[in-house]
Design a protein around this ligand. Sequence first.
Ligand code: IMP
Ligand code: MG
Length: 182
Amino acid sequence: MQIVLSQEELSEGVARLARRVREDFGRQPVTVVGVLTGSIVLVADLIRSLDGPVRVGMVWASSYRGTDTTPGQLDLRLDLLPDLTGQHVLIVDDIFDTGRTLEGLLAELHKRGAASVRSLVLLRKTGRAAVPLAPTYVGFDIPDQFVVGYGLDFDGAWRHLPYLAALDADEIEAARRTLSAP
Ligand code: IMP
Ligand code: MG
């Protein structure tokens, strides 16, 4: 595994994002809507840096199937969402890859009467976008590699790493064999 972003770089990036969000929202409450499961570490760090009023809700989204590293059908579960009527919403996800997750979520959240809906991602992969939209806030633009750590997983593994690391093709193959072994 090759480290792409160290713990220090990640924490500086999250602090920078939090400052930009607070500048734009002013003293208005921010309703953070985290996208499970990949955003858990980012949400935990971001909300503690967002000086001022914050509410938190979660949704679940998945477009990966097990050991696939390319997106499949988007699956959304919105039943954990709080009432968003009149709220200033900030959707928070780990990574913007094709952008289909964010596109699907924005469409759903716009139906819920929010006063405004913005989006924040920690990472954006270069040259991968398949939708004509950009997140409002992006922490880091990274090369098109499969990355794990700081919430991001490969088939459920490595979310807990405090840094972000890239897996090469051989490591993905080896992990596929190990993770699928009984
Ligand atoms: P999108 O819908 O293609 O933008 O994909 C976004 C979702 O795919 C993210 O929320 C992640 O869960 C997952 N994803 C995309 N790229 C990676 C990666 O390199 N590592 C781990 N998960 C990823
Ligand atoms: Mg995700």
